[in-house]
Design a protein around this ligand. Structure first.
Ligand SMILES: Cc1cc2nc3c(=O)[nH]c(=O)nc-3n(C[C@H](O)[C@H](O)[C@H](O)COP(=O)(O)OP(=O)(O)OC[C@H]3O[C@@H](n4cnc5c(N)ncnc54)[C@H](O)[C@@H]3O)c2cc1C
Length: 232
C-alpha cells in the first residue's frame, strides 16, 4: 500500500456494487459515484456463497445484494439489511432516506455511523419468510421481522453478480494464463479465480494481471479484441 501511495495511485475503499459495459468502456458503480475505465482487474476474494435457506430462490423476489441499485423499488416500504461489514452502513443510510423503515442486522462487532432512523437488530438470521416473495426474516431469538425487502450487503461479492456476462466455472472466475477473463479488458486474480486460496498464488496472479492489464490499457482502442472475442 505504501508503494501504491508513493506512486500517487488513487485508492478508494468503497464497495464496487455493479459493473456494466457500454461501447468498450466499463462503468463501475462505487457508492454514489460512477467510475469509467477501459480495464479492470477483479480481486474480490473467495466468492460469496448463499448462507440462508432458499436465499438463491428469493434473489430478485425481494432479496438483493445491492441496496443502492435496487433501493428505489422499496421506496416507502420496510426493509431489512444484513450487513457483513462497515461498508454496508453506507447503503443502509441511503435506504433510511427512502424507505419507511430500515432494520439493520450487523454480522460484525463495531457499528460505525448509522442513520438514527435505522433500528439495529441484535440476533442472527435463520430463515427467510415467504412463499414466492420475501415477507420477512425469522431470527434465532424467535423474533420474526416482517419486511418486503431483504438485502445481504458487504459479504464477499459473487463475481457474476458484479459483472454480468463473466464466465464462471465452479463459482470462480475463469481465466487463462494471462489472467484474462472472457470479457475483453477484464482480468481477475487471487482467490476469486479459484483454489488454492493462498497469498503467494494471489500475489503472483495479481502481478501477471497487472502487467497484462497495463499493456491492454495502453493499446489503442483499435487493438481491442472484438466484443466476446478476447484472447481468452
Ligand atoms: C483466517 C485466514 C488465514 C489465512 N492464512 C493464510 C496463510 O497462512 N497463508 C496463505 O498463503 N494464505 C492464507 N490465507 C488465505 C489468504 O488470506 C488469501 O488467499 C488471500 O488473502 C487472497 O487474496 P485476494 O486479494 O485474492 O483476496 P482478499 O485478501 O480476500 O481480498 C479481497 C478484497 O476485495 C474486497 N472486495 C470484495 N468485493 C468487493 C467489491 N465488490 N468492491 C470492492 N472491494 C471488494 C474485500 O473486501 C477484500 O478486501 C488465510 C485466509 C484466512 C481467512
Amino acid at each position: 500500500m505504501d508503494h501504491a501511495r508513493a506512486m500517487d495511485i488513487e485508492i478508494s475503499n468503497i464497495m464496487a456494487e455493479a459493473i456494466n459495459e457500454a461501447d468498450g468502456t466499463y462503468n463501475i458503480l462505487v457508492g454514489n459515484d460512477m467510475v469509467s475505465t477501459k480495464t479492470i482487474i477483479i480481486a474480490t476474494g473467495v466468492p460469496y456463497k448463499a448462507t440462508l435457506p432458499r436465499e438463491d430462490f428469493f434473489l430478485g423476489k425481494g432479496l438483493g445484494y445491492c441496496a443502492t441499485c435496487d433501493g428505489p423499488i422499496y421506496r416507502a416500504k420496510d426493509v431489512l439489511i444484513i450487513g457483513h461489514g462497515e461498508e454496508a452502513e453506507h447503503e443502509a443510510n441511503f435506504m433510511a432516506e427512502i424507505c419507511s423503515k430500515v432494520y439493520y442486522l450487523p454480522m460484525y462487532k463495531e457499528i460505525g455511523d448509522l442513520d438514527q432512523r435505522i433500528e439495529i437488530v441484535n440476533a442472527q438470521p435463520r430463515v427467510i419468510m415467504g412463499e414466492d416473495f420475501v415477507e420477512g426474516l425469522e431470527l434465532n431469538n424467535g423474533q420474526n421481522i416482517k419486511v418486503e425487502g431483504l438485502f445481504v450487503l458487504g459479504a464477499e461479492t459473487s463475481p457474476e453478480r458484479l459483472v454480468p456476462g463473466l464466465e464462471i466455472a465452479d463459482r470462480h472466475i475463469r481465466v487463462n494464463r494471462n489472467q484474462e477473463t472472457n470479457l475483453p479488458g477484464v482480468y481477475a486474480a487471487g482467490d476469486c479465480t479459484g483454489p488454492p486460496y493462498q497469498i503467494a498464488k494471489s500475489v503472483g496472479e495479481g502481478q501477471v494481471a497487472g502487467l497484462n492489464a497495463s499493456k491492454y490499457s495502453s493499446s489503442g482502442p483499435t487493438q481491442r479484441a472484438p466484443k466476446g472475442k478476447s484472447t481468452y
